[in-house]
Design a protein around this ligand. Structure first.
Ligand SMILES: Cc1ncc(COP(=O)(O)O)c(C=O)c1O
Length: 436
């Protein structure tokens, strides 16, 4: 019988039951009851964003990453979330005439493609595969070398005005270093250092979506205190520090996975010159940083340390429990068909984020499974090809056997039921194969 209720294991949103709505209500009321706060929140704000929130974010980042140098507020600006900020970064720091290519970890966060295309990089996106340690930096370096050998000269065409607050990078590298979307992979420290060196060598800007970093939990093998430095932390100190005042890494942070994506608030961290340049984007100069009012609400949740404690004590336990639950359901119901997955909370050194990345047996394709799931079981799944880089992708063959499952959206009973339904779909397809 066709199940009346749809289960969605694709959607990468926080569950409605997880949203900290009561605390947000208090924060909103407190901010709107204090004229010194609401007058700031409701008027045009500074280009870099609401200073009290920037200071509190800088403090949280310094403590969480245990950085060798304190992070000052001038390294941080407010954004409208990671997606909005990617568009601003490309506006200020790339020029389709001067920036040659966009290199993306593959599989990659698929909703970023349009932003690169909108910035003038249609047909100039290239996928670089992952290995066990995330983005394969050696493959990236080889691809960059080959590309530069074939295209040594930068075109004379310039689309953007020269601005003292910005620079135009020759390449952009996009990745999600911790708990990547969709693969859940995390780059170890040595790999991160290699990436920063490659970026410096090729005058590339690395845009690191660090949106899952706080959602990190220990596993049977790892300890919970295994926080890795971000690429932006490495760029700050590696081999004597950045090559110029802009550096080569931008950390893109977001409250979407921590409070709720409708907040549309995030932050960016880079060198003070980079952050100043970013906040001089035309659309920011006219009106001030995005999400100014919402920033005053979020800041109320930072002032008394509610948010860092809520994330580390509550959200992380919730994520760990959901991850374990989904993983054990996969082992029980899909393991017998030869399905494997990562990260496995029992064998990975580090786990976190929102997703489990499934490998189907060779007899199945993800398209077949996703179509069968929707048609016969009212079940929505993330098909591997969704995360292939348009045009020049390097891992497309492998992605035909992959599925992304999110463990943060559906409530717990439905996570297990979703996997049971997926087991029925696979059984059905394999049964039809046998009877062919
Ligand atoms: C890697 C990555 N970057 C960016 C986003 C979107 O972030 P925001 O809501 O802050 O725009 C997501 C959301 O799923 C994501 O997974």
């Amino acid at each position: 019988m066709y199940p009346a209720t749809q289960i969605d294991l694709f959607q990468g949103w926080p569950a409605i039951s997880m949203l900290p709505v009561d605390r947000l209500k208090q924060a909103t009321s407190a901010a709107l009851s204090d004229e010194t706060i609401f007058a700031t929140g409701l008027e045009y704000g500074p280009n870099e964003g609401h200073l009290p929130m920037r200071k509190n974010i800088a403090k949280w980042l310094t403590e969480f990453y245990e950085t060798s140098h304190p992070i000052d507020a001038d390294r941080v600006c407010t954004t409208g979330g990671a997606s909005q900020n990617l568009a601003c970064v490309l506006q200020v720091f790339t020029d389709p005439g001067q920036t040659k290519m966009i290199w993306l970890v593959e599989p990659t966060y698929h909703l970023g493609f349009r932003t690169f295309e909108d910035a003038g990089f249609m047909d100039r996106l290239r996928g670089i595969p992952e290995d066990e340690d995330g983005l394969d930096v050696a493959a990236l370096e080889l691809a960059l070398e080959a590309f530069e050998q074939d295209n040594p000269i930068t075109s004379d065409t310039v689309y953007k005005a020269e601005r003292p607050h910005g620079k135009i990078y020759k390449h952009v590298i996009y990745c999600v270093p911790s708990f990547s979307n969709p693969s859940g992979k995390t780059m170890p420290r040595a790999r991160r250092e290699e990436l920063v060196r490659v970026a410096r060598r090729f005058d590339a800007l690395v845009v690191a979506d660090d949106v899952y970093d706080f959602l990190s939990w220990g596993t049977a093998l790892g300890s919970q205190n295994s926080t890795l430095p971000r690429l932006v932390d490495i760029d700050r100190v590696l081999d004597g520090g950045p090559h110029d005042r802009f550096g080569n890494v931008l950390s893109n942070g977001s409250f979407s996975k921590l409070i709720g994506p409708g907040c549309r608030v995030g932050w960016a961290e880079g060198t003070p010159s980079f952050i100043h340049g970013l906040s001089e984007a035309g659309s920011t100069r006219s009106g001030g940083a995005p999400s100014q009012l919402m920033s005053t609400f979020v800041n109320e949740m930072l002032e008394d340390n509610f948010l860092p404690e809520y994330v580390s004590q509550w959200l992380v336990s919730e994520g760990r429990r959901r991850h374990l639950l989904l993983a054990s359901a996969i082992k029980a119901h899909l393991g017998p068909f030869g399905v494997t997955f990562s990260p496995d909370p029992e064998t990975s050194a580090l786990a976190g984020g929102y997703y489990i990345w499934i490998r189907l047996p060779d007899t199945l394709t993800s398209t077949q499974v996703c179509e069968g799931a929707l048609k016969n079981q009212n079940l929505v799944l993330g098909s591997g090809e969704t995360f292939a880089v348009p045009g020049g992708n390097s891992a497309a063959g492998e992605l035909h056997r992959r599925l992304r499952l999110c463990f943060m959206w559906e409530d717990e009973g439905r996570l297990v039921e979703g996997v049971e339904r997926l087991g029925l779909v696979i059984q059905d397809i394999l049964g039809n194969h046998l009877s062919d």
